[in-house]
Write a protein that binds this ligand. Structure first.
Ligand SMILES: *[C@@H]1O[C@H](CO)[C@@H](O)[C@H](O)[C@H]1NC(C)=O
Ligand SMILES: *[C@@H]1O[C@H](CO)[C@@H](O)[C@H](O)[C@H]1NC(C)=O
Ligand SMILES: *[C@@H]1O[C@H](CO)[C@@H](O)[C@H](O)[C@H]1NC(C)=O
Ligand SMILES: *[C@@H]1O[C@H](CO)[C@@H](O)[C@H](O)[C@H]1NC(C)=O
Length: 263
């Protein structure tokens, strides 16, 4: 039986790398409510090297993800840890403020909201990128949402230089289905996902192919970008030179997927 999507996949595996579908920029002015997790900050001595002169390199992406997380948008949560105050503004940014009597305490942007990291077909962590410069690189933060009694930043680590990991406790992720992707995408994309899963089940595609096709689908849903696919660049000889070609290939793939489903 002729399986067109597979063929196309073999011919044009590389275009995914060039297709970027971002959590679209869509900056909205909103009221900021500070929810301070560690009380007593004001009572402590030392200036709060404040937020006022921080300059973001990019605008944050639009909200995307499970609707029930939207209540976090426009709020900020802080953690005092060692010499720093960390401020996490979900779907906006993560900043760091040195608590020091020095005349120029460090205050900086660790990352700007970009997109989700997906593991096992579920939303796993939030990516904040394009933070302040760090050598030739920019600071980045991965935010892990963990089930907890209250909204609270509980830990910040820097496992690698300028790569931060922030843990945020929240009751919003306690249900085991709260971070599933399938229920939050529209019926067209669900339908396409069913087809891809069927192809995997029938061994028409490999696990790797499944990962790529679903990643593309998540990109269509606006949840992720295409960057994850850079990993196997070297094995892929074909490249698509222009965004137009890329989009055309992308369109073709979906057309084929759709027409197959009508048969
Ligand atoms: C971080 O996001 C908050 C909440 O939207 C905003 O008030 C603040 O200006 C942002 N900070 C920077 C440095 O962009
Ligand atoms: C992903 O799912 C597999 C199989 O269900 C499981 O073994 C694995 O631990 C899961 N990985 C994560 C990070 O949840
Ligand atoms: C928030 O987390 C910090 C750090 O783990 C902890 O000290 C604090 O008690 C927590 N606050 C709430 C309200 O749970
Ligand atoms: C679902 O989302 C995709 C990607 O944004 C879009 O192309 C499609 O038209 C949407 N379908 C429905 C039924 O809204």
């Amino acid at each position: 039986m002729f399986r067109a999507p597979l063929m196309l996949w073999k011919l044009s595996p590389y275009f995914l790398i060039i297709c970027y579908v971002n959590c679209k920029s869509n900056f909205v002015q909103m009221k900021i409510v500070d929810e301070v997790s560690n009380y007593g900050w004001n009572a402590m001595s030392g200036p709060d090297s404040s937020t006022s002169n921080l300059k973001a390199k990019v605008e944050p992406g639009a909200f995307c993800g499970p609707k029930h997380l939207k209540v976090l948008q426009g709020k900020c949560f802080t953690l005092l840890q060692e010499d720093y105050k960390y401020k996490f503004c979900p779907f906006f940014n993560v900043t760091q403020h040195e608590r020091s009597m020095r005349w120029n305490p460090y205050s900086g942007i660790l990352g700007i909201w970009k997109d989700w990291h997906v593991v096992n077909d579920s939303l796993s962590s939030m990516n904040f990128e394009n933070g302040d410069d760090c050598g030739d690189d920019s600071r980045q933060v991965k935010v892990f949402l963990k089930c907890g009694m209250a909204n609270n930043v509980t830990n910040v680590e820097e496992p690698r230089r300028c790569r931060y990991q922030l843990t945020f406790d929240t009751p919003l992720v306690c249900h085991s289905d709260s971070m599933l992707i399938y229920p939050i995408i529209n019926s067209t994309l669900q339908f396409q996902w069913n087809q891809i899963a069927q192809d995997l089940h029938d061994n028409y595609i490999t696990q790797k192919g499944y990962k790529k096709l679903t990643h593309m689908l998540f990109a269509k849903a606006g949840l992720v970008t295409g960057k994850l696919l850079n990993a196997d660049k070297e094995k892929r000889p074909e490249t698509f030179q222009t965004l137009d070609t890329c989009n055309a290939e992308y369109a073709k793939l979906y057309e084929t997927l759709n027409s197959k489903s009508v048969q």
